[in-house]
Ligand binder design. Structure first.
Ligand code: SAH
Ligand code: MG
Length: 968
C-alpha cells in the first residue's frame, strides 16, 4: 500500500504514466483492484470426458472507484488485467492523460499524416534532426540515393514514437516496435512513398522539386572533405576488449553508411539505432545490425502481426541471423542487442544543419559503465575516480562533497530504467522546550551561512518562525524504488529521525545507495548475505523483481571479484615488508616532512593535493588522475580506505607516497585519459598504482561536531546556558564577553529578560566579529520593531582586540565571560589574560570555561568506536589529540585549578569550580570545566579603575544604541 496521512510525497513526477498510475494520482488508495482467476475452457477438450481438462489460467480485474466500477477482459498476467481495467476507467471517466489521449485508430491516422509530412517539400529544409538525415540520404550516390533508414525516423522524430505508443504501448519497453508501425504507415502512402519488401528504408516516390533540393542542400565547394570521428566498438563477445574505431565520414557522405561499413553490413537501412545512452543531453547511441529474429519478434506481436507477416520472407534473407546477445551493449541500452555494436556520439540536431559529433573514447565507455554503479556515479561527480568513494555517512550538508545522495539515487534509477524514486517524509512533533518560547531557539553555529544570508535579507521574523517550526518536529524519510511497470523493487524506511527534512532524505537515499553499492561490489553475494546487508540498513527488497531488473549486471560488472583476488595476492607478498598497512593492500608507504602536530581527526574536512599514477616494475609511469585541491570529510569513508588509512597518520604539510594493487580495470580506464592500448599493461599484472599526496589543510574543527553528537543539548549550548543562568542571577547591568567569537552567547542573552543594559564583545577574529554583528543587528532591530523587547539592552559594542591587551573602556564591568577562549592562546598568554582580567578589568564576576583534557579519552573513544575495535590498543590514549586544531593547549582539572586558584588569591577574588557535560563526581569530571571568580574587595576600592587613563587599544567594529525615543 502507498503512504497514507501524515506523509508527503517528494519527486513522484514520472515521465510517462501508466493507466494505473493515472488512476492512483486521482483516487489514491480509494481505487481498489480485485483480481479474479478465470478458467478458460480447454481448447481441445474432449466432450463427455469425466476428468476435468484444465485450460490455462487467466485473470480478470475489476476496479472499483468511488461512483463507478469497471471489469477488464481476461489476461494471462494479473498486471495486464489491472492496467486494462485502469485504462477502461480512464476512458469512462474521460480523464485526459497529460499528452492528449488518442484511440488506436486516431493514432494510426495521425501517424500516416506525420510520415507524409516528414517527406513533404516543406519539411526538407527545416532544422530538425530527421531532415538532416533526409538531406544526407539525398546526397548519396546511385541506388541508395534518398533512402532513409526507418530506424533513424523512429529515433529522430519524437512525435512518431509518441503516436506509436498509442498504437502499441509495448513501444515503451521495446523501441524497435516503432519500425513496423512506421513501415505500415508508409505502405498506406504508397502513391507518395516507396518501400521495398523486407527492406527497412523509406523514400519518396517522386523526387523533390529542384528548387527545394537546391535551397536545402548546400553543394560543397571543392573536393569533399573527410572527417574522422572516434567511436567505440563493443564486441558481442565479452571476452573481446572494447576498442576505438574511427568513422570516416565525408562531407558529402551519410554517416550511417560509415557505421554500417564498420559493422560489416551492406546497407545503412539494416542498422538499428538505440535511444540515447549516458548523459541525456548527448547524442550518444548504440548502432548495431537489425536481425531476423528481431523482426520475428515484431511479427509475433498481436497488434502488428498482420502487417509484419509480409515482411517476414524477404527480411529473412537480407537480415543477419540473430547472433548471441551483446550483454554489454544491451546493458547500456536497456533492450536486447545482438551482435557487435558501435557506440558513437553523432547525429543531426535542432541547432544546426551540420552533422554534430563528439569523439567517444574507450575512457568515455568506461565512464558510462561505472556511472551505472552508485559509487561510480559519486566518483564521477567528484572528478576523482581513483580517489573518491561513496561515503558511508551523510553527516552534514556542509561537509558533503560531490553529488547529493538523493540525486545519485535518482540518476541511478534513470540509468537502470526504473521509475523515479518515491520519497515520503513523516514529521513527528517533539516536545516544546519547557522554558520561555524564546529559549527553544537554535544556537547559531559558525557555519550557518544560509541563516546569515537570511539575516542579511532582513527577513528576521521568518527565520525565527522557521527555526521554531524546525525545532518542533523531526523528520523521518522513507523511499521506494519501482520498476517502470510499477513493481516494487526496494523500500527503505529507516527509524532515524532528523531535524531537517533534507537530512532525512539524504540519509535514506544514502542507505539505499550503500546497499546497491554493496551488491555491485559483490555480485556473487548469496541471497542470505544480500538479505542481511539489507536488514542492517533497514531495507526490504523483492528478490524476484530485483533480480529481474538487475539480471544483466552480473555479467557486466565482474571486475571487483578479480580485484579482491589481486589484493590478497599482494597482501601476502608485502605483509612482511616494512611500510605496509596490513590488510589495506598498501605498501612502500613513505611519509615525508616535519610533523606539524596538526593532524586530521574524524569529522574534519581535509584538503589534499594528489596524483595517482600507473607504475610498472620496469619504471614506466603514467599519471592517471590528479588534483591540486581535493577536499573530503575524514571518517565518513569519502575516499578509498587505503588513502584514509594513510592520511590519518599525517599532519598538515606532510607528503605521503604509497603503492597499491591495481584498482578494478573499469575504474582505471575510466580515470585514464590514455588510450587503451597504452594501458594494455593492465592485464600484465606487473603494474601497480602509486599514490602521492600532500596534506594541505584541515578545515573546520571537529570539536563542535563532536560536542553536538555526544551531548544533548550540545555542549556549546550547555555552556551558554550555564553562563546565562549566572548572568541572570547576578543582576548585572554590564557584561563583557572576552573572545566572543560569532556572538553565540550575546545572541542568546537577548532572548531572555535580564537586567543587562550594556553588552560588549571582544575578539581578534574579524570574520567572527562581522558574523556576530550581523546576528546581533538583526536581533536588536527586531526588538525595536514595535514588539516589546525581550531584553532591555540599551547598547551593544563589538571590539576588535586581544583580551590580553588592556583597554580602559572595559573596566569595572559587572560580569565578564570567557568561554572556550584561553586554550586558543599560547599558555603564557592565557596567564597574561588572567592577570589583565583580574588586575585591570576587574569585573565583579568572571566566568572562564575551557576543555577538560582528561575528558578527551571519552570523546576519542566514542569517535573511534565506529571504525576501530581494538580494546588493547592503548596508544591512542597517549596520542590523544586536542579537540580542535586551533587549540594551543588543553588543561587537566589540576592544571586549571592551579591557574585559577593562584589568580584568585593574587587579585582578591574567590573562585568556584564547576562545568558542563558529564559530572564533577564521575571520572574524568566535566567535559568543559568552568571557573567562576567573584571579586571580594570592597567596591569603592575599585572605583578608580573606571575609564580614567583612557587607554583605548581596541577598535570598535560595530556599535548599536537603542533609539532614544524608545527608552522608557
Ligand atoms: N566564546 C565563543 C568563541 C570561542 S572560540 C564561544 O563560546 O562560542 C575562541 C575564540 O577566541 C575565537 O573566536 C578566537 O578568535 C578568540 N580568540 C583567541 N585568542 C584571542 C585573543 N587573544 N583575544 C581575543 N580573542 C581571542
Ligand atoms: Mg576551543
Amino acid at each position: 500500500m502507498m503512504e497514507t496521512g501524515g506523509s508527503s510525497s517528494v519527486a513522484t513526477k514520472k515521465a510517462t504514466l501508466t493507466p494505473k498510475a493515472i488512476i492512483y494520482q486521482k483516487f489514491g488508495s480509494e481505487a481498489r483492484y480485485y483480481i479474479e482467476e478465470v478458467q478458460e475452457p480447454a481448447e481441445y477438450g474432449c466432450p463427455g470426458l469425466a476428468i476435468p481438462h484444465k485450460g490455462p489460467s487467466l485473470y480478470r480485474c475489476s476496479l472499483q472507484l468511488p461512483g463507478i466500477s469497471v471489469v477488464s477482459g481476461t489476461f494471462k498476467k494479473k498486471k495486464d488485467a489491472e492496467q486494462s481495467a485502469a485504462e477502461m476507467a480512464i476512458e469512462k471517466l474521460g480523464i485526459q492523460n497529460s499528452t492528449n489521449s488518442l484511440t488506436q485508430q486516431e493514432a494510426s491516422d495521425e501517424l500516416v499524416a506525420r510520415v507524409k509530412y516528414l517527406f513533404s517539400n516543406e519539411f526538407l529544409p527545416s532544422l530538425q534532426p530527421l531532415s538532416g538525415h533526409l538531406r544526407a540520404a539525398l546526397q548519396r550516390e546511385g541506388d541508395l540515393n534518398g533512402l532513409v533508414p526507418v530506424s533513424v525516423m523512429a529515433i529522430c522524430d519524437s512525435k512518431l514514437s509518441n503516436l506509436c505508443k498509442f498504437i502499441n504501448p509495448k513501444v515503451e519497453s521495446n523501441p524497435f516496435l516503432v519500425i513496423p508501425l512506421i513501415m505500415r504507415a508508409a505502405a498506406r502512402l504508397s502513391g507518395i512513398l516507396a518501400t521495398s519488401e523486407g527492406q527497412l528504408w523509406i523514400r519518396r516516390q517522386n523526387p523533390y522539386p529542384r528548387e527545394i533540393m537546391e535551397s536545402s542542400i548546400s553543394q560543397p565547394s571543392g573536393s569533399p572533405q573527410s572527417t574522422l570521428i572516434e567511436a567505440v566498438c563493443i564486441p558481442c563477445s565479452s571476452e573481446k576488449a572494447v576498442e576505438t574505431v574511427t568513422l570516416d565520414v565525408s562531407s558529402t557522405g551519410y554517416y550511417l553508411d560509415a557505421i554500417s561499413k564498420k559493422l560489416g553490413l551492406t546497407d545503412a537501412a539494416n542498422v538499428l539505432v538505440s535511444r540515447t545512452v549516458g548523459k541525456t543531453s548527448s547524442e550518444t547511441r548504440l548502432y548495431f545490425a537489425a536481425h531476423q529474429s528481431c523482426m520475428l519478434d515484431l511479427s509475433s506481436d498481436p497488434l502488428t502481426a498482420k502487417e509484419a507477416i509480409h515482411l517476414e520472407g524477404p527480411l529473412n534473407e537480407s537480415l543477419s541471423k540473430k547472433g548471441p546477445l551483446n550483454e554489454r551493449a544491451s546493458y547500456f541500452s536497456g533492450h536486447d542487442i545482438y551482435g557487435d555494436a558501435i557506440l558513437a556520439s553523432i547525429g543531426y540536431t535542432w541547432k544546426s544543419k551540420d552533422l554534430s559529433y563528439e569523439d567517444v573514447s574507450v575512457q568515455s565507455y568506461y565512464r558510462m559503465l561505472i556511472s551505472k554503479i552508485p559509487c561510480g556515479l559519486y566518483k564521477l561527480s567528484r572528478e576523482a575516480v581513483l580517489m573518491a568513494e561513496l561515503p558511508l555517512a551523510f553527516t552534514t550538508r556542509t561537509n558533503w562533497r560531490g553529488s547529493y545522495p538523493r540525486d545519485i539515487l535518482c540518476t541511478f534509477c534513470r540509468q537502470h530504467r526504473l521509475s523515479e524514486p518515491v520519497f515520503s517524509t513523516e514529521t513527528t512533533p517533539i516536545k516544546a522546550p519547557s522554558e520561555s518560547p524564546a529559549c527553544g531557539k537554535k544556537l547559531r553555529v559558525t557555519d550557518s551561512t544560509e541563516e546569515e544570508i537570511e539575516h542579511e535579507k532582513g527577513c528576521a521574523r521568518d527565520t525565527v518562525a522557521r527555526e521554531s517550526a524546525e525545532s518542533a518536529v523531526t523528520y523521518q524519510c522513507g523511499v521506494k524504488l519501482f520498476s517502470k511497470c510499477q513493481d516494487l523493487i526496494v523500500e527503505c524506511f529507516p527509524k532515524d529521525s532528523f531535524k531537517k527534512q533534507n537530512d532525512s532524505i539524504q540519509n535514506t537515499s544514502l542507505k539505499v545507495l550503500s546497499w546497491l553499492n554493496a551488491y555491485f561490489r559483490d555480485l556473487d553475494m548469496t541471497p542470505e548475505k544480500l538479505n542481511s546487508t539489507a536488514n542492517s540498513l533497514e531495507i526490504r527488497f523483492c528478490e524476484k523483481n530485483f533480480s529481474k531488473e538487475f539480471a544483466l549486471c552480473r555479467s557486466i560488472h565482474n571486475v571487483y571479484q578479480s580485484e579482491t583476488q589481486g589484493a590478497k595476492f599482494l597482501d601476502e607478498n608485502h605483509i612482511s615488508m616494512p611500510n605496509t598497512l596490513p590488510g589495506q593492500g598498501v605498501f612502500s608507504l613513505n611519509i615525508d616532512g616535519p610533523d606539524s602536530g596538526v593532524c586530521p581527526s574524524n569529522g574534519c574536512l581535509l584538503v589534499i593535493s594528489y596524483s595517482v599514477s600507473l607504475v610498472t616494475e620496469s619504471g614506466y609511469k603514467k599519471v592517471l588522475e590528479s588534483s591540486d585541491e581535493f577536499e573530503f570529510e575524514i571518517g565518513a569513508g569519502a575516499v578509498i580506505p587505503h588513502l584514509e588509512a594513510v592520511v590519518i597518520q599525517m599532519s598538515i604539510g606532510q607528503s605521503a607516497c604509497f603503492k597499491m594493487d591495481m584498482a578494478p580495470k573499469e575504474f582505471v580506464l575510466a580515470a585514464a585519459a590514455v588510450s587503451a592500448r597504452n594501458l594494455s599493461l593492465l592485464s600484465s599484472k606487473s603494474c601497480c598504482l602509486k599514490y602521492s599526496l600532500t596534506l594541505l589543510r584541515v578545515t573546520e574543527p571537529l570539536e563542535e561536531r563532536m560536542e553536538q553528537a555526544l551531548f544533548s543539548p550540545p555542549l556549546s549550548k550547555q555552556r551558554v546556558e550555564y553562563a546565562v543562568k549566572h548572568i541572570r542571577e547576578s543582576c548585572a547591568t554590564t557584561l563583557v564577553d572576552f573572545g566572543c567569537g560569532s556572538g553565540s552567547l550575546l545572541d542568546s542573552l537577548l532572548n531572555y529578560p535580564t537586567t543587562l543594559e550594556k553588552i560588549v564583545g571582544i575578539d581578534i577574529s574579524q570574520k567572527s566579529l562581522s558574523r556576530a554583528a550581523k546576528i546581533l543587528h538583526s536581533k536588536l532591530s527586531r526588538n525595536t520593531d514595535g514588539n516589546a523587547p525581550i531584553a532591555c539592552v540599551k547598547s551593544t559594542i563589538l571590539y576588535d582586540g586581544s583580551v590580553t591587551d588592556f583597554d580602559s573602556r572595559l573596566c569595572g564591568f559587572d560580569i565578564g565571560t570567557c568561554l572556550e577562549v584561553i586554550e586558543h592562546m599560547e599558555e603564557d598568554q592565557a596567564f597574561l589574560f588572567g592577570d589583565v582580567a583580574l588586575s585591570s578589568f576587574r569585573p565583579k564576576i568572571l566566568i572562564v570555561s575551557t576543555p577538560n583534557y582528561e575528558y578527551n579519552v571519552i570523546l576519542q573513544k566514542a569517535n573511534l568506536s565506529s571504525q576501530e575495535e581494538d580494546p588493547d590498543e592503548k596508544t591512542h590514549i597517549q596520542s590523544c589529540k586536542f579537540r580542535n586544531h586551533d587549540h594551543k593547549f588543553e588543561w587537566t582539572r589540576e592544571q586549571f585549578n592551579c591557574w585559577a586558584t593562584d589568580l584568585a588569591a593574587k587579585y582578591n577574588y574567590s573562585v568556584e569550580f564547576s562545568g558542563v557535560g558529564g559530572s564533577a563526581d564521575i571520572e574524568p569530571g566535566f567535559a568543559s570545566q568552568i571557573a567562576v571568580f567573584r571579586r571580594t574587595s570592597p567596591p569603592d576600592e575599585d572605583e578608580h579603575l573606571k575609564d580614567t587613563d583612557s587607554a583605548h587599544h581596541y577598535k570598535v567594529i560595530w556599535e548599536w544604541n537603542r533609539p532614544s525615543t524608545y527608552s522608557s
